[in-house]
Design a protein around this ligand. Structure first.
Ligand SMILES: [Zn+2]
Length: 187
């Protein structure tokens, strides 16, 4: 559960920043790939232009599709990069009584109020499109999910350890060691 106190941990602050960086890089890579594909199809379409009009049209359509994908991916990459800027500048979402999140607006003073209904929806002009405010919330949620998974995993491990010690299958010290190793591995 992510509430206002959640942002008090420097480790989490760093993890959210890392997530924003990773997502920005991942989508920038996808955008690059799509642009390369678009260029390839565009070139092929040119080659077919005087030879086979139908084939040229197919390749042009394909190029346009890749171009659209490239803008879509680039938009997400940019949203994460801008989210990182805001995050590093100390901008934090504020939990509202309604369950939504509020982020201050950079320009017109009208805040972003973001709620989740399937996907993220914002009160600003971006609506359900990815932008820096939703990118930040997405990163926060992803870090929160990782924490939940870790906690659930450690619950299982701790229960197994308790059972094994109780039934005398091993020395408590051996399990302590295993638990420490796991903690080091995942923390
Ligand atoms: Zn917004």
């Amino acid at each position: 559960m992510i509430d206002a106190t959640w942002f008090g941990s420097p480790a989490r602050i760093a993890q959210v920043a890392e997530t924003l960086i990773a997502e920005s890089q991942r989508y920038a890579g996808l955008a690059d790939d799509a642009r390369t594909q678009a260029a390839t199809y565009r070139k092929a379409a040119k080659g077919y232009r005087d030879v086979d009009a139908a084939l040229a049209a197919t390749h042009t359509a394909q190029a346009d599709e890749y171009k659209q994908s490239a803008s879509y991916f680039q938009r997400i990459a940019n949203a994460n990069a801008r989210g990182l800027e805001q995050w590093n500048a100390g901008i934090r979402p504020q939990l509202l009584a309604s369950g939504g999140w509020m982020l201050p607006s950079k320009s017109d003073g009208c805040p972003h109020i973001v709620t989740k209904d399937g996907g993220w929806i914002c009160t600003c002009a971006a609506r359900d499109q990815v932008h820096w405010a939703t990118a930040i919330l997405e990163a926060i949620e992803s870090v929160g999910d990782d924490e939940d998974r870790y906690d659930d995993g450690m619950d299982v491990v701790n229960n197994l350890i308790a059972d094994a010690i109780e039934s005398g299958l091993a020395q408590p010290s051996e399990y302590e060691l295993a638990r420490e190793s796991l903690n080091e591995l995942f923390n």
